[in-house]
Design a binder for this molecule. Structure first.
Ligand SMILES: [Zn+2]
Length: 494
């Protein structure tokens, strides 16, 4: 046991019966120590005699800038917009790799994918670093996962620390199925506190929203203005590529989808996932679990949607790939409505939860505790922290979209308003995000000194975080490979 805990007597299945008694004996001593120190209780719940239930929602491929509360021009997210008023919203949150399994592992371990040796979907995490679920399970939490994507099936190593892991990846619509599983689980007799992770697949290709939402958004003047603002140039192959994915996935006849309508369908998917989140919040409220729980909603990565000539995710490291929405509703609605501009990372989730609960997750976490930032402190430190990312690894000659296939990998560093993207081929791009949020003007040639400085920062990071031994793909079946390919991923050996 890593720490002292207060509150519920519940332990994980099979835990020693003696543990609750030990906790009760230690509680008065712990409260006394906290009172004497007077410090940690300020941002920690451990001294308050309660351990909050924790609900983590990951909406796969959900772009931050397509949410109303992040300024999108369409009403795609009424429920998330409302939840933002009760939460702390991070305006600049980023993933470390725009690829599902590595991004989720980074979220759960606060480690970079490269050090885990997991740089592709289909690999199996060897478990070198304990996950958030493992920490919480050890702390006596009842842990449960409800996922809706093949990429995050438990067998790839994400099930570590979960008492229950429900893969509902063969069913449609995925979010509703995951929600139903979660509600059923919630409705059964549950030991508390619990940690529930709900993974929603909706905004990911295929863009196939429920029938009643499919025509909600049209290719209107607003969309055309958006496309122009983002510097999106229509490419005839995009519609065909997405159609190919839809056809492979659903075995339906090919249809020609104009590229603008793919944005409409993506937004309809976003509306769909927002509805699921609305139902999820209603389910929590019905059981009086909405106010005192810790609720975190984020994405694992973004989506190209035509920016920089690319529709999907994984290959490039532009903002549309890396930026994610992040809402944290603290127990009791603490700091509700606050919006944080400082750049943060999905690596910060584990340190934040650990701090809130006084867990001791060990040294070497790559993220930082966000609680001080949420309380209006340490802004300068977060602004000075460089953020790193890397692209996925491709096995040769296996990509679905040959026009984008490359064995080149990319690394990026964001430092203040500057961002450097460097490829293993030697090419580099430099952007001033303060002046050019959409990364349309490469300033690499004009600012060689800045590019060199960021290059050194990147080199230092690569030296500090060496690439771990590549994880195996033994758990990937032929059927998995076929289905991953149908989702736009390759299914081969790394
Ligand atoms: Zn994903």
């Amino acid at each position: 046991m890593n720490s002292l805990y207060t509150g519920s007597d519940a332990g994980p299945p099979g835990s020693p019966q003696a543990r609750p008694h030990r906790l009760r004996l230690l509680l008065p001593l712990f409260l006394t120590v906290v009172a004497l120190l007077g410090g940690t209780a300020q941002v920690s719940l451990a001294g308050a005699g309660s351990r909050p239930n924790i609900i983590l929602v990951v909406a796969d491929t959900l772009r931050a800038d397509h949410l109303g509360t992040y300024g999108y021009f369409r009403p795609t997210t009424p429920h998330l917009d409302h939840l933002a008023t009760e939460s702390v919203l991070f305006e600049n949150a980023f993933t470390v790799m725009p690829h599902t399994l590595p991004a989720h592992l980074a979220l759960f371990t606060s480690r970079y994918p490269r050090e885990m040796g997991v740089l592709m979907n289909g690999q199996t995490y060897a478990g070198q670093f304990p996950t958030l679920a493992q920490h919480l399970q050890e702390a006596g939490y009842n842990t449960a996962a409800f996922v809706s994507s093949l990429a995050v099936k438990g067998k790839f190593g994400l099930d570590r620390g979960f008492d229950i892991y429900v893969d509902s990846t063969h069913h449609k619509p995925p979010g509703t199925v995951a929600l139903t599983s979660f509600r059923d689980w919630l409705g059964s007799r549950q030991e508390q506190p619990f940690f529930a992770w709900i993974h929603l697949m909706e905004p990911h290709v295929p863009y196939a929203p429920p029938r009643d939402l499919a025509n909600r958004f049209r290719s209107d003047a607003g969309l055309r203005a958006w496309v122009q603002r983002k510097g999106i140039a229509p490419a005839p192959t995009w519609g065909a590529t997405i159609d190919k994915i839809v056809v492979t996935q659903r075995k339906t006849p090919a249809r020609s989808t104009p590229f603008l309508n793919n944005l409409n369908l993506y937004d309809a998917e976003t509306l769909s996932v927002d509805q699921v989140i609305g139902e999820l919040m209603a389910a929590l409220k019905a059981r009086d679990l909405d106010q005192d729980s810790l609720i975190m909603i984020l994405s694992d990565h973004g989506e190209g949607l035509g920016q920089h000539g690319y529709y999907f995710h994984g290959l490039y490291l532009y903002e549309e790939q890396l930026q994610i929405p992040l809402l944290i509703r603290l127990p009791g609605g603490r700091h509700a409505g606050r919006r944080i501009a400082e750049p943060v990372s999905l690596l910060d989730i584990l340190p934040t939860v650990s701090s809130l609960l006084d867990l001791k997750p060990g040294d070497g976490l790559r993220g930082r505790n966000l609680l001080p930032l949420m309380a209006g402190k340490q802004a300068g430190e977060f602004n000075r922290r460089p953020l790193f990312a890397e692209s996925r690894e491709y096995p040769p000659r296996r990509a679905l979209s040959p026009e984008h296939w490359t064995s080149v990998r990319r690394f990026s560093v964001r430092d203040g308003s500057w961002k450097l993207i460097r490829a293993t081929s030697g090419e580099a791009e430099l952007y001033d995000l303060a002046a050019d949020q959409n990364e349309l003007a490469d300033l690499h040639e004009e600012n060689p000194a800045v590019a060199r400085r960021l290059g050194r920062v990147l080199d230092k990071w690569l030296a500090k975080i060496p690439k771990g031994e590549a994880a195996g793909t033994d758990n990937l079946t032929d059927e998995d490979r076929r289905r991953l390919k149908s989702l736009g991923y390759v299914g081969g050996q790394p």
